[in-house]
Design a protein around this ligand. Structure first.
Ligand code: BTN
Length: 261
C-alpha cells in the first residue's frame, strides 16, 4: 500500500513555488514523503493506477533506494535529493529520454549552484571524475518512471562507493539549498522533455555532447555478448547510442554499462 504524502517542507516548498511558472508538466502534483522504500516504486504504482504525466514523488530518505544494474542507492535523510517523475513518452521521445535526463540534471545543478558537471554515457552526472548524480529509468506499459538521485551533502557511503562519489557541497565547500537544486533540475527536465516532444531531439544531443567533452576521446571497456571489449569513445549518435572506435571499425553501445579507463 502507498503511504499518505505529507506537507512539503519549507526547504522545498518555497523554491518550488518560486519556480512554479517554469516547472511545466511538473507544476501540478508534487508528493512529499519522509521515508519510502524507493520513490520509483511509489511513482510506478501510481502510474499503474493512472497518474498523469508529470507526477513528482519526492522523499527525504529511502530505505531501499536502487540504482542501475541492480545496485543500491544510498539515500540517507537530508543528504540528497531522491525524486521520481512519471512520464508517458512516445516511442520516439523515449529513445532519447535518458540522454535528456542526464543533460537536464547537469543543467539544473549548474543553474542552482554554478557547479558545471559533466555527463557520462548514458546518463551519469560527474564532476572532478566522481559521480554526483544518477538516473534510473524504469519503463512499463504506457509510462516511464525516471528516478533521480543527487548527492547534495557527502554521506557515509559504503567503501566501494566512497572513492567514486562526490556531493555538491563537497565540491563547492559551502552549504547548498536542496530546494533550489530540485526546482532547477525539474525546470531543466521539463524543458528538455518538451524539446524531445517538439521533435528537437538534435538540440538535446548537442547539449549532451558539449557536457561530455571531457569524456569523449577516452578509452572505454564494456561487455558485449559475454565478450569484454575495449575502444575509444568517440561520440553519441542521434539516437543516443555510444559510438566506440575499436581498431579500424566502429561499434555502437546501446545499453548496459561502459567503464571509462
Ligand atoms: C544510478 O546511477 O545507478 C541511478 C541511481 C538512481 C537513484 C534514484 S534516487 C530516486 C529514485 N529512487 C530509486 O530507488 N532510485 C532512484
Amino acid at each position: 500500500m502507498t503511504p499518505d504524502p505529507l506537507t512539503i517542507p519549507e526547504e522545498f516548498a518555497s523554491a518550488l513555488l518560486l519556480a512554479r511558472d517554469r516547472l511545466g508538466i511538473f507544476a501540478h502534483q508534487i508528493l512529499w514523503y519522509l521515508e519510502v522504500g524507493s520513490t520509483n516504486d511509489i511513482a510506478g504504482a501510481m502510474a499503474d493506477r493512472g497518474a498523469a504525466e508529470g507526477l513528482v514523488v519526492l522523499a527525504d530518505r529511502q530505505t531501499a533506494g536502487r540504482g542501475r544494474l541492480g545496485r543500491s542507492w544510498v539515500s540517507p535523510s537530508g543528504a540528497g535529493i531522491y525524486v521520481s517523475v512519471v512520464l508517458r513518452p512516445s516511442t520516439t521521445v523515449a529513445t532519447l529520454l535518458t540522454i535528456a535526463a542526464g543533460v537536464a540534471i547537469a543543467e539544473g545543478i549548474t543553474s542552482a549552484t554554478g557547479l558545471a558537471p559533466h555527463v557520462k554515457w548514458p546518463n551519469d552526472v560527474h564532476v572532478s571524475g566522481r559521480k554526483l548524480a544518477g538516473i534510473l529509468a524504469e519503463g512499463a506499459v504506457g509510462h516511464v518512471v525516471l528516478g533521480i538521485g543527487i548527492n547534495v551533502q557527502s554521506a557515509a557511503y559504503p567503501a566501494d562507493v566512497a572513492s567514486r562519489a562526490t556531493s555538491i557541497e563537497a565540491e563547492l565547500s559551502r552549504p547548498v539549498d536542496r530546494g533550489l537544486v530540485l526546482a532547477e533540475c525539474l525546470v531543466a527536465l521539463a524543458s528538455r522533455y518538451r524539446e524531445l516532444q517538439d521533435g528537437r531531439g538534435r538540440r538535446v544531443v548537442d547539449a549532451w555532447r558539449s557536457r561530455a567533452a571531457s569524456m569523449l576521446g577516452r578509452r572505454v571497456e564494456w561487455e558485449s555478448a559475454g565478450i569484454q571489449q575495449v575502444g575509444l569513445a568517440e561520440n553519441i549518435d542521434d539516437d543516443g547510442a555510444l559510438i566506440v572506435k575499436v581498431g579500424a571499425s566502429t561499434q555502437k553501445v546501446r545499453s548496459g554499462e561502459v567503464r571509462w579507463l
